[in-house]
Design a protein. Structure first.
Length: 435
């Protein structure tokens, strides 16, 4: 889970509609609330939502809450422990991130050497920011048993992990004139992947005597290669469906079985699982909409958000968004989007809804299309907000896609994280980093 701050200029500075001592500006198309000292085209550092500021950086810039002996706040507004940047509304104006003056970094580096477009996370050996990952809530109903590590005798060398999608607004330079592009719905569930792929199995002989066990540490007898259907999460290969983040992976097994006898040798399908992982337990939890403190939002979407995507309690569904073919030498090609849809239909599966297709002309046209499709009610789960969109670039050697999230989705995401709820992708990323 990578996260960086960006050296950039503040644009479109204007008055806050309901606060005399605040202004509004824009960074990478996101609106941020700023103070009156920040002027148009000032060079500064932009921290996107969903980040955590380093403790030393916060202390130097007096950003965390602290009180004097009389109980009066003499610090900033950030929680001293979390120090997280959230999308929020302040006096009816949205703020998606934090913009700080370039001088806020002068204790950590020579700021004269910083240029627009630079990405930062550590300066002078000091952590300035990182991805915000909440401390795990002990009330979460997840299997916490530490299973003993197994010696892997079975491997799936061609079963590739998911390719992460980067943020659209920081990668606009990747779009070239006449690129074929598609906008698809971004869905809020948990990642899944299934493949009919090569399985390598090693058989070991265990010498009977302890003496020979010490002498002959390597005891491989033979290798066997075959094709097998295998599924996994974003990072983990599932050799059984017990335990796991949700306490049980039985809901994944149901979807794994749908692909049996439908995938060709070498095909891998990537999909989003949405709905419920067990009776009345949604995959992505529930959010208290009252914590948005936005009356219009609550009126439109109710007191609680449940990302059900039209699934009945206890049910789940899958939506395919990517397919690949890998030959026996391990060379992988991505299917074009239209081929993905064709294969999905052949297998009787759903695919993520296509919202737009176009030839790339320029950034303004791209962002106008994204804005049109990013906000509002989810077209599948009509009772909740959509997460956002994914913009794909067709015809590249490997999968090229960029995400752009709905502002109010990010608000809800921040509320969930403040409650200490960690999703499975973040948990797996932590484990990968620890390993």
């Amino acid at each position: 889970m990578s996260y960086s701050a960006y050296i950039t200029k503040i644009k479109n500075v204007r008055k806050h509609s309901n606060a005399d001592r605040l202004n509004i500006g824009e960074c990478f198309g996101s609106q941020v609330i700023i103070d009156l000292n920040t002027k148009e085209d000032d060079l500064g550092v932009y921290f996107p939502s969903d980040g955590q500021l380093g403790l030393e950086y916060c202390e130097v810039n007096n950003l965390v809450r602290k009180k004097d002996e009389n109980g009066k706040n003499i610090g900033g507004y950030l929680d001293p422990d979390k120090r997280n940047i959230r999308a929020l509304k302040l006096r009816k104006e949205i703020s998606d991130g934090l913009f700080m003056p370039l001088s806020s970094l002068e204790k950590f580096t020579d700021i004269s050497k910083l240029s627009e477009g630079d990405k930062i996370d550590i300066l002078g050996g000091v952590e300035i920011c990182k991805k915000y990952v909440p401390k795990k809530n002990n009330t979460q109903n997840h299997n916490k048993k530490n299973k003993p590590k197994k010696i892997k005798t079975i491997t799936y060398p061609n079963f590739e992990e998911h390719i992460d999608t980067n943020q659209l607004m920081y990668n606009l330079k990747d779009f070239k004139k006449d690129d074929i592009c598609y906008i698809t719905l971004k869905m809020h569930g948990t990642s899944g992947r299934t493949s009919y792929t090569i399985k390598n199995e090693k058989k070991y002989y265990n010498p009977i005597s302890k003496f020979f066990r010490k002498v002959f540490k390597k005891r491989v007898s033979n290798n066997r290669k075959s094709y097998e259907y295998i599924s996994g999460t974003r990072r983990v290969v599932l050799d059984d469906y017990s335990g796991g983040y949700y306490g049980s992976n039985e809901f994944r097994l149901k979807h794994h079985n749908k692909f049996i006898d439908k995938l060709h040798k070498g095909e891998t399908v990537y999909y989003e699982i949405v709905g419920y992982h067990s009776e009345d337990s949604p995959i992505m939890g529930r959010v208290d909409n009252k914590k948005t403190q936005d009356k219009d939002f609550i009126k439109k979407y109710g007191k609680t958000t449940t990302y059900s995507y039209g699934c009945e309690d206890g049910k789940s569904d899958i939506y395919i968004y990517r397919m690949t073919f890998t030959n026996e030498d391990g060379y992988t090609v991505d299917y074009p989007w239209d081929m993905v849809k064709t294969r999905a239909e052949q297998m009787g599966m759903k695919f993520t809804p296509e919202l737009d297709r176009f030839i790339y002309k320029d950034t303004d046209d791209l962002l106008e299309r994204v804005k049109k499709h990013c906000d509002g009610v989810d077209p599948i789960g009509r009772n909740h907000i959509r997460e956002g969109v994914v913009v794909r670039i067709e015809g590249k050697e490997r999968f090229k896609a960029y995400k752009h999230k709905n502002f109010f989705f990010k608000v809800l995401e921040g509320i969930i994280k403040d409650a200490g709820v960690l999703d499975i992708e973040e948990q797996e990323s932590i484990k990968n980093n620890d390993n």
